[in-house]
Design a protein around this ligand. Structure first.
Ligand code: ZN
Length: 384
């Protein structure tokens, strides 16, 4: 609780407090001046902690310089706490997210991918195609174990490169493939529509916009300055994708024609019964509008997707529900594979090199889904 009375920073230094995971930072172009200001604040904090009988641990405190300037070396920054030097690192873990000094997010996303892969194995164990949990249960497990990892910190790492983000998309598509029991090579876009899971990049946009609404609705929110319009949003050169948070989000709000965000109702003491009208739902209509906008984007991507034509003929419209679910699992599995157009029939087995010819063993015609379901005399019981 003492942390709440901590000495307020000055000189443009910002402070973030979360129990023992706290940070102080300042941005600017003169490294020597920045170091001096931060050192001054550390000295003040040390005195403050000493007064209350605490000690700032030099071993657990690290410093990092975020810069793209290659000439900045860690020796240039000399900070101490009670006489002990503070290490200057290239990456630092803060609130579970790894920040690297050029903010490429590569170390963090590699860490996320490794953890997700372990959990994918767990999903595989639960999903035998002849037995095992059904699609809906597996999707719940995916959302709880894997999606939650991917989503944590996603607003921050959204600026990561296309290559890094595609590693995460591939985790999602592997997970959805396991959930559906679909074959290797099934188009990701079709799996996403089948499972009602939008592409991760779109999901991220939605979360960013929702967060922006929250920031705008709360007076003096500490993150409010990042949303303020500034010249960099308009005149700086950004490649498509890693634009700053403010530019991206303001664009979504413009597209959805949200120009006014209602302010949050005052926080009531927990023992006061709140009326249902003043609940946390005050942003709901705006959130719905954002969701619709994201769904439209998803629909557009699906309409023009290079892959999944076969499945698109069956399901032209995207949505957040599972398209079709049968029980038991092995039946659902087979039907889903047929609907996705990727089945263990001659044509596919031939393309993945498991069979020497793509022809039906009975009538020697190309054995694809259409032939199997409608034309082949060997499957007559299916046709009636
Ligand atoms: Zn046949």
């Amino acid at each position: 609780m003492i942390v709440n009375d901590i000495d307020e920073p000055e000189n443009g230094i910002k402070l973030s407090l979360f129990a023992d995971d706290s940070a102080a930072w300042k941005s600017g172009s003169n490294l020597a001046a920045l170091t001096r200001d931060i050192q001054r604040y550390i000295n003040r904090l040390t005195t403050f902690f000493e007064r209350w009988g605490f000690k700032l641990s030099a071993a657990k405190t690290v410093a990092i310089v975020f810069t793209k300037n290659k000439h900045v070396r860690s020796d240039d920054v000399k900070l101490t706490t009670s006489g002990c030097p503070i290490k200057v690192e290239k990456t630092v873990k803060f609130l579970g997210v790894i920040f690297d000094k050029t903010l490429t997010w590569a170390p963090y996303l590699d860490h996320v991918v490794t953890r997700c892969n372990k959990r994918l194995n767990l999903l595989k164990v639960m999903a035998g195609s002849r037995w095992g949990a059904s699609k809906d249960v597996l999707l719940v497990v995916y959302k709880a174990l894997i999606r939650s990892l991917i989503d944590y910190g996603c607003i921050a790492y959204d600026t990561a490169s296309q290559t890094l983000n595609s590693k995460l998309e591939s985790i999602q598509s592997k997970a959805l493939r396991i959930c559906c029991g679909a074959m290797v090579g099934t188009p990701t876009a079709a799996l996403q529509v089948e499972c009602g899971q939008p592409p991760l990049a779109l999901g991220r946009q939605r979360m960013m916009a929702d967060y922006a609404l929250k920031v705008k609705s709360i007076q003096d929110h500490p993150s409010a300055p990042i949303l303020e319009d500034c010249w960099q949003f308009h005149y700086a050169n950004y490649p498509a994708g890693p634009e700053p948070f403010g530019a991206k989000v303001n664009n979504i709000l413009k597209e959805t024609m949200i120009d006014h965000v209602p302010s949050a109702p005052p926080i009531q003491a927990p023992w006061v019964k709140s009326s249902p009208a003043v609940s946390s739902k005050y942003l709901q209509p705006l959130k719905t509008r954002i969701r619709e906008y994201i769904t439209d984007q998803w629909q557009e991507r699906w309409d023009y997707s290079d892959t999944g034509q076969f499945y698109r003929d069956l399901h032209p419209v995207v949505g957040y529900k599972i398209k079709r679910l049968l029980r038991p699992r092995h039946k659902d599995d087979q039907i889903t594979r047929l609907r996705l157009g990727h089945v263990r029939l001659g044509e596919k087995l031939h393309t993945i090199g498991q069979r020497s010819d793509p022809l039906c063993a009975v009538c020697h015609e190309l054995e694809d889904v259409e032939h199997f379901l409608i034309k082949c005399p060997a499957q007559q019981q299916l046709q009636h």
